[in-house]
Design a protein around this ligand. Structure first.
Ligand code: MF3
Ligand code: CO
Length: 250
């Protein structure tokens, strides 16, 4: 396991990349209303990145053809933007990353479209809560399993399930670095967390089974039972002063 530790000056650079991601996600959230298509959101995200002098991180990554991952309802992650028109009652995960001045930023939010069901509202709340529970464990001296287990426990206590086949990751000069950050696991297990580690923590939570399939496009991950899924992600630095969320607007 080769976990690359970042110096404070590198963490400041990563704050700049991640701030751009947070600003773009906030702007996308404003636009995400009934009637808009996901390809419009994709184009807008790419334009905004270019205006800020940043490169969309996902476009061309392992051949992924879009700037944005837009995952609607039963789509878990890596949803491909299309002419699909968003309608009231949908939920959509917007996952965006940039490369800026040598470092990557990566974050995601799940947004309600118009009026959504009680269950969908609870799903969004619990998933975001599980992200913040995980972030709180990103402390020097804790172990990776401390993050994973609080995410899993909070989600399962609410009656939902965590996706096993995908998770978070280290991030820095590359979009995906070690370690892999599972959203399930056992407290006290796994690598020890050290000052200078930067992790993208990204719980993916389903209302039904945790099992997923990949569509024929080779990318889009969907729930096996067709039930709803949500996804929130922050890039977080582990420091002597505690966890620092880098993917914030200010
Ligand atoms: N946040 C996702 C991840 O870290 C987005 C990757 S999409 C890809 O896996 F196209 F870049 F793979
Ligand atoms: Co990520």
């Amino acid at each position: 396991m080769m976990v690359i530790l970042k110096r404070p000056d590198e963490i400041e650079k990563m704050r700049a990349s991640n701030r751009i991601v947070a600003e773009i996600l906030a702007a996308l959230q404003e636009k995400t209303k009934p009637g808009i298509t996901t390809i419009e959101l994709d184009r807008y995200s790419e334009e905004m990145a270019k205006k800020k002098g940043a490169k969309p991180a996902f476009k061309g990554y392992r051949g992924y053809p879009f700037a944005l991952c837009a995952s609607v309802n039963a789509e878990v992650v890596h949803g491909m933007p299309s002419n699909r028109i968003l309608k009231s009652g949908d939920i959509i995960s917007l996952d965006f990353g940039v490369y800026y001045k040598g470092y990557y930023g990566d974050a995601a939010i799940t947004v309600p479209i118009g009026d959504i069901s009680e269950e969908a509202m609870k799903l969004l709340k619990i998933t975001e809560q599980s992200l913040y529970d995980g972030i709180r464990q990103a402390e020097v001296g804790n172990r990776l399993g401390d993050i994973s287990s609080v995410v899993q426990n909070g989600v399962e206590a609410a009656g939902f399930s965590v996706v096993r086949d995908f998770g978070g990751h280290g991030i820095g000069k590359r979009l995906h670095e070690e370690p892999h950050v599972p959203n399930y696991g056992i407290g006290g297990r796994g690598i020890e967390l050290k000052s200078g580690m930067v992790l993208a923590i990204e719980p993916m939570v389903n209302t039904g089974t945790y099992k997923v399939n990949i569509l024929d496009n080779g990318w889009t991950v969907v729930t096996e039972d067709g039930k709803l899924s949500a996804h929130f992600e922050h890039t977080v630095a582990i420091t002597e002063q505690g966890p620092v969320i880098l993917s914030l607007k200010n």
